[in-house]
Design a protein around this ligand. Structure first.
Ligand SMILES: [Zn+2]
Length: 233
């Protein structure tokens, strides 16, 4: 069972697959119920359900599913989660919402291997109920548009306690933290760099990335080093 890890008050990181810290989603408790941030892969559905129950939530308490972007490791579990939480509102930025709902083709990754993989893996298309814009508040988090990894990619920042969920604006897929996760997975790497600088201009203390361990100490320094290493040398 996926044991949820508390990363800040009322916010829990859940391993979406069996390998710890490789794909994370967030469950956030609020006054009106729970919010799921990203939905993992197809096989994550049961893990997310068990995590919510383990945290004392009821399935009908899942109020919303926030999607940072349309990649398969973030929306693969969406149809399954909606299966047990049909009342949950699905939210994403405008560009990502169009792709998730099937009105637009997925963004092209800059690396060939990722482009081919994107072609083979079929995205599940699910209607998005609400489009969010820069600066809007979702479950206590401020929406930050951080395009580059995909063109409508967003990150979430809870100003109250400095909890930052970068999604794939930063990632530590292998070892070191990198801008945009892997460069080859980014649609527009230079744009991902600009978004990483935008994040650095914000105030934050705790960083949770989709790929990699949460950063509690020296978060700003770790992200700054990643931006400074941008050439991927
Ligand atoms: Zn991604």
């Amino acid at each position: 069972m996926a044991r949820p890890e508390g990363v800040a008050p009322g916010a829990y990181r859940v391993d979406a697959i069996g390998l710890p810290n490789s794909i994370s989603v967030l469950l956030v408790e609020g006054d009106d119920g729970w919010t799921l941030v990203d939905a993992g892969v197809r096989g994550s559905v049961e893990r997310i359900r068990e995590a919510l129950l383990a945290l004392g939530g009821r399935l009908e308490d899942l109020r919303r599913i926030y999607l940072t972007h349309h990649h398969i490791d973030h929306i693969g579990g969406l149809p399954g989660v909606r299966g047990w939480a049909p009342g949950a509102e699905v939210m994403a930025s405008e560009h990502e919402a169009m792709i998730v709902s099937g009105e637009r083709n997925p963004d092209r990754s800059s690396g060939l291997a990722f482009r081919l993989a994107n072609r083979v893996m079929k995205l599940s298309r699910v209607p998005v109920d609400r489009v969010v814009a820069e600066g809007e508040t979702v479950a206590g988090f401020r929406v930050l548009l951080t395009p580059g990894h995909t063109l409508g990619h967003t990150s979430l920042l809870r100003d109250e306690d400095g909890l930052l969920f970068t999604a794939d604006a930063f990632g530590a897929m292998v070892s070191k933290v990198k801008v945009g996760g892997l460069k080859a997975a980014c649609t527009d790497p230079p744009l991902a760099k600009r978004s990483s600088e935008k994040i650095l201009a914000e105030e934050f203390d705790t960083v949770v990335m989709t790929h990699g361990k949460p950063i509690h100490a020296g978060a700003r320094r770790r992200l700054k080093e990643a931006v400074d290493r941008w050439d991927y040398a």
